[in-house]
Every structure is written in C-alpha cells, then in structure tokens.
Write a protein that binds this ligand. Structure first.
Ligand code: ADP
Ligand code: 5SP
Length: 456
C-alpha cells in the first residue's frame, strides 16, 4: 500500500514471483492539512477496489513522509495532520536551526530541519496551538497511523514505525539507530510517546490473519520496489520531486540540501526533495487548456532552452533551496517565446533544473550516479522522459509504469512473511533516453533562481 499525497494505491503481488495479481486506488483530499480519517477511508476503498485481502498473507504500508499526526491519551487525533508540504512551520525551522546550529542537527539526525520535518511542526504546534500541544500524548507519521489502524489501534504503546520514516522526523538518528528525545523535548517543550522503530522485517501486528510489516516512507518504499542498489539514483516526480540513492553510509549535510535518511533495507537513503514537481505540469496544462499528452507535444515542438524562456517553478514555495515563502516566476519573455509551446517546455525544464541541482548536491555528498531511474506520476509524460537527460546531464532510464512505492511495500511484506528478501524478476519494457547535456539551460536557470517575489 502506498498512502501518498494525492492518492492511495494498493497492489497485491505474488510473494514468490512478484507478479501483479490485483490493484486498487483512491484519491486523497487536496490541501496541506488533512484529517487522517480520509487516508483510512481511502485505504479501505482502495483495498475493496483491489478485491479485498481474503487471499493475502502479509501487507505493509508505505506513505508520504514527515506528516505530523498528534494523538491524545485515548488515541484520538488531536488536530488535522500537517503534511510534509505545509510550510507554516518555516519560522519554527529557522528558529530550531539558529538555536542549535546546522552542524549539530546534521551530526545528530543526519538532516538540517526545514519546514517539512515533523520536529518543526511540533515547535509550531507548541507555539501556535498550545492547547492542542497539551493534549498531544503521542506523535506519529501517516504510515505509522495507518499501520496502527490496520492492527486494531490498541493502546499507544502498540504504535510502530520503521527506520526510513523515523529518519524524517528530525528526532531519530540514522547513524545511531535511536531516537533523540532531547531534540524532541527541545522543540516541543516536553516529551511525547513515540512509535517503536521496527527493523525492515519487523512485524507490526496482524490485520485479522494477515501479517502487517513495518512499512516505510514512500521514497524508501520506491527504492525497495525498484530494487535500487548503490550506484542507482532515483528521480521521482510525484507531488514532490525527489532525487535519492541507496548508500551504505549515512549522510550529514550541514547545508540542508541533502537529507540523510535511512532506507527500508537496513542502509541509508540520502535524498533531496523539492515541493514543485508534477503539480507544476498540472498547473501549466490547466493554464494552457490542454491535457498532459498535448503538453508533451507542445514542449517537444520547441528547441532545448525554450528560446530563453525560463520558469522558476516555486508555485508551492520551495524546500530545496529553502525558500518556503517564494513564488514562481517566468523570465526571458520575448515576442517569439511568449507561446504555449515555450511555456510547456520551460515548465518541464524548470522542474528538472531544481532536481539537477539536487543531483549535484548528492554527488557532493559522495553519492555516485551510475544509473538514473525516473519514476512517479509525471514520469509517464513523453516530454518529461525526453527532456530529463538534457537537464540532468546523463542518460535517464524509465522503468515500465508501475506503482513502485506500493511495490516496495509488497516486497517488504513478502520479506516479513518469508524471512527472505525476494528477488523478483525486474519488469520488462525499460526505456533509456539520452540527449546532449544543456548546461546553458541550467546556467540561465541559476541566474533566474533567486529573482522571485515572496508570497503576499
Ligand atoms: N502523463 C502525465 N504527465 C504529467 N503529469 C502526470 C501525468 N500523469 C500523471 N501525472 C501527475 O502525477 C501526479 C501523481 O503522481 P504520484 O506519483 O501518484 O503522486 P503522489 O505520490 O505525490 O500522490 C499528479 O499530479 C498527476 O497529475
Ligand atoms: O517529503 C518528502 C520527502 O522528504 C516527500 O517525498 C513526501 O514523502 C511526499 O511524497 P509524494 O507524495 O510526493 O510521493
């Protein structure tokens, strides 16, 4: 199961072969603040659409990272969850970094917190909603909460999480493999109950007769679903844009560009995340009054660089670079470039320029990129596939369309069930695109990147 930002997907796979048996999906509400009940309703409806779980032996839930789910003593949700892309805790993040220093955060928990991280949302809650903070007995993440619902939502002591999602809180250390309650207390003003962190094959409990695995953050789920190995870099284009790789050593980047997460296989997952990926293309297509296929045709009808038209795509503010209050901007308009086709191309190139900066930041942390894999909803777009190698500066492989996050959860469930990580046959139908690198597009973007207005 993949409970991601815009939707939930369920895949049922054969534990021995990995063959897809059935699948289902349901939408999530819009917005950056969501009552977790909607995730539960969506999950149940996606399970029903997938034909139920009667013949299923084990399940795992992967989900959007970082979201703050606060529970009271009785296990009731205290307030709607603040999601990873909610930027209201930007000032709290800046305060936490100035109070302890970026180096201390990077050394302690592998990441310097920005507004996405749970720890900053807890500081925001303590400051802005002290009554809700006072009622908060436990804090967990979206996938933890769904796992807990599936296993009967008993007492708070039965809450569990896994390494990959714990590593996005800002109060769990990937290198130490333990919580840092001192950091939680520093941010929140007191301690709260936290889910027990399971190993990748740990069992959360049972859903009827079905074994429930530890689950994972969605990016770690995708890495497991793809069978990513050191040397593979994954670029995921969902609501978030992410660039990440599996590493045998933890990352700690005091510049805040690279988050030093843990993965779902026992290793590490250095990752860069932007707030502006598929929704930039959705918004551009909407503006132009076209669908995604037509957007692709338009984008591919103009040359690389869109004759100088450059879109800085900070429509949701931005996380990397840390510009939570920024807006998007369009530069380089001329009579020739003010066309639908130029805008379509500029949107795709602008989205990729932020991710190419992310790939550079990962390389600066020592990650090697022998193979770059493109996944996520927007990876289905042919123009996205064709333009990716020019901006990322290397060949880009698109595996066949699949719900890789949910696939990773399924692979984890099979691992938990059998005790052996299954080696499922890689899917056939991979395509690799190559293109001349376009450093001029990136340098023009670098010139435009900081010339944006803040939100009003
Ligand atoms: N062909 C396409 N071209 C561009 N974007 C697409 C295409 N198909 C789907 N998308 C977009 O991909 C996004 C969903 O991707 P997904 O990876 O499921 O997101 P999330 O995991 O964040 O919920 C939506 O914004 C959707 O409009
Ligand atoms: O915050 C991050 C990673 O740090 C995001 O990648 C979220 O995990 C949401 O993922 P999608 O819904 O976009 O897949």
């Amino acid at each position: 199961m993949d409970s991601s930002t815009q939707s939930v997907k369920v895949v049922i796979r054969d534990a021995a072969t990995g063959a897809l048996v059935r699948s289902g999906r349901a939408s999530h509400p819009d917005g950056t603040e969501v009552d977790p009940r909607h995730w539960w309703d969506g999950l149940r409806s996606a399970i029903a659409q997938a034909g139920g779980l009667d013949d299923v032996e084990a399940i795992s839930v992967a989900g959007q990272q970082h979201g703050m789910v606060c529970l009271d003593d009785a296990g009731a949700v205290v307030r709607p969850a603040l999601l990873w892309n909610d930027t209201r805790s930007a000032a709290a993040a800046a305060d936490l970094v100035s109070e302890l220093g970026a180096d201390t955060w990077a050394e302690s928990v592998g990441s310097v917190p920005v507004a996405s991280f749970t720890v900053t949302k807890l500081r925001w809650l303590a400051t802005h909603e002290p009554e809700a903070a006072a009622r908060t007995a436990a804090v967990c993440l979206p996938h933890d909460w769904l796992t807990w619902q599936l296993t009967g939502a008993g007492d708070l002591a039965t809450l569990v999480t896994d390494r990959s999602d714990a590593s996005g809180t800002g109060y769990w250390s990937p290198s130490g493999g333990a919580y840092r309650p001192d950091l939680l207390e520093h941010a929140f003003g007191r301690l709260a109950h936290l889910p027990r962190v399971l190993d990748p094959t740990g069992t959360a409990g049972k859903h009827g007769n079905v074994i429930v695995g530890a689950g994972a953050g969605d990016n770690a789920g995708a890495a497991l679903g793809l069978g990513a190995r050191p040397g593979d870099v994954v670029v995921s284009l969902g609501t978030s844009g992410t660039v990440f790789g599996v590493s045998t050593v933890p990352a700690a980047d005091p510049s805040a560009a690279v988050a030093g997460f843990a993965d779902a296989s026992g290793h590490f997952l250095p990752l860069v995340c932007t707030l502006n990926a598929a929704q930039v293309l959705d918004a551009t297509a909407r503006l132009l009054g076209v669908g995604h296929d037509e957007l692709a045709t338009l984008a591919l009808s103009v040359p690389s660089g869109a004759d100088g038209l450059t879109l800085v795509p900070y429509l949701n503010g931005e996380r990397t670079p840390d510009r939570p209050h920024a807006t998007g901007s369009l530069h380089g308009l001329t009579l020739d470039s003010m066309t639908a086709a130029h805008l379509a191309r500029a949107a795709i190139e602008g989205m990729f320029c932020g991710l190419a900066d992310g790939l550079d930041a990962l390389r600066a942390q020592g990650l090697t990129a022998e193979r770059v894999l493109l996944i996520g909803g927007a990876a289905a777009n042919p123009a996205v596939q064709r333009i990716a190698p020019s901006i990322l500066g290397c060949p880009v492989t698109t595996p066949p369309a699949s719900e890789y996050v949910a696939d990773g959860a399924a692979r984890q469930a099979a691992w938990t069930l059998t005790g052996t990580l299954p080696t499922w046959q890689p899917p056939t139908g991979t395509t690799t695109h190559e293109a001349d690198p376009a450093p001029d597009v990136r340098s023009r973007y670098a010139e435009a990147r900081d010339k944006t207005l803040n939100r009003r």
